[in-house]
Design a protein around this ligand. Structure first.
Ligand code: ZN
Length: 240
């Protein structure tokens, strides 16, 4: 798959970077990323991934767009209240990058079988304990992000890295399987944008992925805290 003349103009601010170049932009165009969850953080991640020229995006979310979503799930608008969130989010994403090969999954059962077709899965919803290991077994990397209040957290699991099951209780609570309660969506957007950045780095093969680390964002105090974790003996990912 080659870059079109329009791609070369459009992504010139990527292409001039030594970390990306034409080869990296082509990688982004050829890549497929699955975004599970199109709330505040998933919307932010998906919009940035489309804008970055990720050529294949698969969207999944079990919910429909509600008025409350419009406080921060920025892929939706009033005209799409009541539509499935994944279908709603596909509208602006297609408008941002019309060449995107976009796919919308309606059922959670479809997710598992579809995971191996992706380079990266960005999970802000769904059954993490099931989806994360399945993605990594299929050779994909998984980026997890969650937010609640004005706090959020992100971590990455790649094939061979410590997995979510390796997290201690305290670290797991840092990442949190945050309940869908109140939240400052702009703070959730911070972790969504971090998740998109991790996905882009993983596709390009540059930088240091956030694997074996949880990065927590405390929006009320504007602080980032990092906690490292290693493979836990006895965990399903443990290789001795
Ligand atoms: Zn593990």
């Amino acid at each position: 798959m080659s870059l079109s003349d329009q791609d070369v103009i459009r992504f010139s601010r990527h292409i001039i970077l030594p970390e990306v170049g034409g080869r990296g932009q082509k990688r982004l165009k050829e890549a497929s990323v699955l975004v599970a969850g199109l709330g505040a953080s998933g919307s932010a991640a998906a919009l940035y991934l489309a804008a970055a020229g990720v050529g294949g995006l698969t969207l999944w979310d079990p919910g429909v767009v509600t008025p409350q979503d419009l406080q921060g799930a920025i892929a939706h608008d009033w005209s799409r209240i009541g539509l499935p969130r994944a279908r709603s989010a596909a509208v602006p994403l297609r408008a941002i990058y019309p060449e995107n090969r976009m796919d919308v999954l309606e059922r959670e059962a479809d997710l598992l079988g579809d995971l191996p077709a992706h380079n990266v899965v960005v999970l802000s919803a769904g059954n993490w304990a099931e989806l994360g290991p399945a993605a990594v077994r299929g050779g994909a990397s998984a980026v997890f992000c969650g937010a609640h209040g004005a706090d959020g957290a992100v971590t990455v699991v790649t094939p061979g890295s410590p997995c979510l099951g390796c997290l201690g209780a305290e670290q797991a609570s840092l990442l949190g399987l945050f309940p869908d309660h109140g939240g400052i969506a702009a703070a959730a957007g911070v972790v969504g944008v971090m998740a998109a950045t991790e996905a882009i780095k993983l596709i390009l093969g540059v930088g240091t992925p956030l694997a074996g680390r949880v990065m927590r964002y405390n929006g009320w105090d504007c602080r980032f805290e990092e906690a490292s974790f290693g493979a836990r003996e006895g965990c399903a990912c443990w290789h001795g």
